[in-house]
Design a protein around this ligand. Structure first.
Ligand SMILES: Oc1cc(-c2ccc(F)cc2)cc2cncnc12
Ligand SMILES: [Mg+2]
Length: 218
């Protein structure tokens, strides 16, 4: 029967990565996606930029919008201190099912702390419920990597729900490709944000891409 790309990625992890070793899970996915089939993981080049931002912010609370197969979830979770609270939202139940198994293979299922840390459903439905559901006041770091049409609306929703504070950092993937022009326009013209971008490339390709870094200053 037909095996989906996400299933082939999971099989590559279970075949080539060592249980309990997050770095080997990342390496197995990157090898599969650069040598066999392209997939929309953030990839190693942008992943190293993500790692440096996570290490610098050293966040106690993290929100990831868009889990997919859990590649960036594993990268982020493996850098967090043990007390950190990390929520990742995935709309697609099939992606969420694979991501749970990839996160478990990396041995991080308890590290991506709050159960259900991997929340299935629409970000716009979940964002207003995060405070009371997970006992989180504000996020130190948000990684936006879901549908580009929702970057701006979800950022405004997080602001309205009081989930962002002075010093919160938003890091957005794919602001060039596929692109989130309304988001970039809004944050660049807003006095609330200090923004800059890291030049990089679309995962597993030579196409120009940026990771868009936002520091909230007010
Ligand atoms: O990193 C990403 C890349 C692409 C994508 C797809 C097709 C293409 F041609 C170029 C880029 C789509 C994404 C959707 N959600 C999250 N991240 C994504
Ligand atoms: Mg992406």
């Amino acid at each position: 029967s037909f095996v989906s790309l996400r299933q082939r990625i999971l099989s590559a992890v279970q075949k080539n990565a060592t249980r309990g070793d997050p770095r080997s899970v990342i390496r197995a996915i990157d090898q599969f996606c650069s040598q066999k089939e392209w997939a929309m993981n953030v990839g190693n080049e942008k992943g190293c930029i993500l790692d440096s931002v996570v290490s610098e912010v050293n966040p106690a609370t993290v929100l990831e919008l868009g889990t997919y197969c859990g590649y960036s979830t594993v990268r982020i979770a493996s850098l967090l201190p043990p007390y950190a609270k990390f929520i990742t939202l995935e709309f697609n139940p099939d992606f969420a099912a694979v991501a749970r198994q990839v996160i478990a293979w990396a041995g991080l299922e308890d590290k991506v702390k709050i159960k259900p840390c991997l929340v299935e459903g629409a970000s716009s439905d979940w964002i207003p419920k995060i405070k009371e559901q997970f006992g989180i006041k504000t996020f130190d770091l948000v990684f936006l990597d879901h549908w580009k049409e929702h970057y701006l609306s979800d950022t405004k929703l997080m602001e309205e729900c009081g989930l962002l504070r002075k010093g919160s950092v938003l890091l957005a993937d794919n602001v060039i490709c596929p692109g989130a022009p309304d988001y970039v326009e809004y944050v660049r013209s807003s006095p609330r944000y200090k923004s800059h971008y890291f030049r990089s490339h679309l995962e597993y390709t030579k196409a120009e891409e940026n990771l868009w870094y936002l520091g909230i200053i007010e």
